[in-house]
Design a protein around this ligand. Structure first.
Ligand SMILES: Nc1nc2c(ncn2[C@@H]2O[C@H](COP(=O)(O)OP(=O)(O)O)[C@@H](O)[C@H]2O)c(=O)[nH]1
Ligand SMILES: [Mg+2]
Length: 323
């Protein structure tokens, strides 16, 4: 693949850890700038050296506070950290995102830490696609750890968390019914479970129940080499966070020594990423002149002389004939 001079310079700058370039490129990604594709292609090929950790769970579970504490532990261990906090539920960069900034403010003067928030405002493509691109940028830089924090439980095909190599699922102490509800996500996506707000009286019981559930579901887990641990944390005080960092490390080590599992997971990530890029490409086409084609036949569909399936097929045929 030929990389043009300008892209080459950016790849070089990012490769040497230039934070200003990183911020600038992520802004272009966020705007959905179509001119950035050749750069992203080069970055993907140059990247893949960071460890990408996903932190997910319901809003208010303490993900951002936990990530802030993790940064502290990792910095103490001499690691450089980048964080992408993605909140699909936030239409503007308001509430949650501002909250993240406050929670992570203690790291703002550290040039070995980079924190960026993304919300779903005005991306041309979806937020998931933009987040995937932003991770491609970060992963082409010399960060030891790249964290993607996002809301959810990771069961949706378009989930941002599917970009991560190791997923930490953050829960809070809960009652029996909620535990049942949480069951669906167990073993499906989490490599490590955290019960945050360990100061809550139900915390120990929730940990026990989660452990039982993981043990029960373990025969369904395609990866028998790893039983997801459950860690109790108190992210405001940093309790349990060293252990969490150790377990993240353990899981990466476990994947390194289980190449088949690691490769299956890597292939799954590429599948998701590719599907996401295709959706984005189609979306952009529909907004461009190809989309105008809809207008030329739309009335025949409204009049039921044609149908939306036929319209979709002919549009797709037109688009792919022009690739
Ligand atoms: N009691 C208690 N509150 C916590 C703990 N961790 C976070 N919180 C509080 O929970 C709220 C949500 O935290 P935040 O990190 O923004 O959660 P996020 O939405 O999952 O990122 C904040 O008010 C935190 O102060 C904890 O360990 N114990
Ligand atoms: Mg948060």
């Amino acid at each position: 693949m030929d990389v043009n001079g300008e892209d080459g310079a950016v790849v070089g700058a990012l490769g040497s850890g230039d934070i200003r370039t990183c911020a600038r490129i992520i802004s272009r990604v966020e705007r959905g700038d179509p001119g950035i594709v050749s750069l992203l292609r080069a970055l993907y090929r140059a990247g893949g050296c960071s460890r990408v950790v996903g932190v997910t769970g319901p809003p208010g579970a303490g993900k951002s506070s936990l990530v802030s504490q993790l940064i502290r532990v990792w910095r103490k261990r001499g690691l450089n950290v980048a964080v992408l906090a993605v909140d699909p539920s936030s239409p503007f960069s308001g509430g949650a995102v501002l909250g993240d900034r406050l929670r992570m403010a203690e790291h703002s003067c550290d040039d070995r830490v980079f924190i960026r928030s993304m919300a779903s405002r005005g991306q041309l493509g979806g937020l998931t696609k933009a987040a995937g691109d932003a991770l491609t940028v970060l992963d082409a830089m010399p960060w030891d750890m790249v964290v993607v924090e996002t809301v959810g439980v990771g069961q949706n095909e378009t989930d941002i968390i599917r970009h991560a190599e190791v997923v930490v699922l953050v829960q809070t102490p809960m009652g029996g019914d909620d535990i049942q509800a949480a069951k669906a996500g167990i073993n499906e996506i989490g490599d490590i479970y955290v019960v945050n707000k360990g100061d809550h009286p139900e915390a120990n019981r929730t940990c026990r129940q989660l452990r039982d559930m993981i043990t029960l579901g373990q025969h369904l887990n395609p990866d028998s080499s790893w039983t997801p641990p459950v860690i109790k944390t108190q992210s405001l005080l940093g309790e349990g966070v060293e252990e969490l960092a150790d377990q993240i490390e353990c899981r990466f080590e476990n994947l390194r020594t289980n190449p088949e599992v690691a490769s299956r997971r890597a292939r799954e990530r590429v599948r998701h990423r590719t599907a996401e890029i295709i959706r984005d490409m189609l979306d952009r086409r529909l907004r461009s002149e190809d989309g105008q084609l809809v207008e030329t036949v739309i009335d025949s569909v409204v009049a039921r002389e044609s149908d939306p399936y036929a319209l979709a097929e002919s549009l797709l045929a037109t688009m792919t004939s022009r690739v």
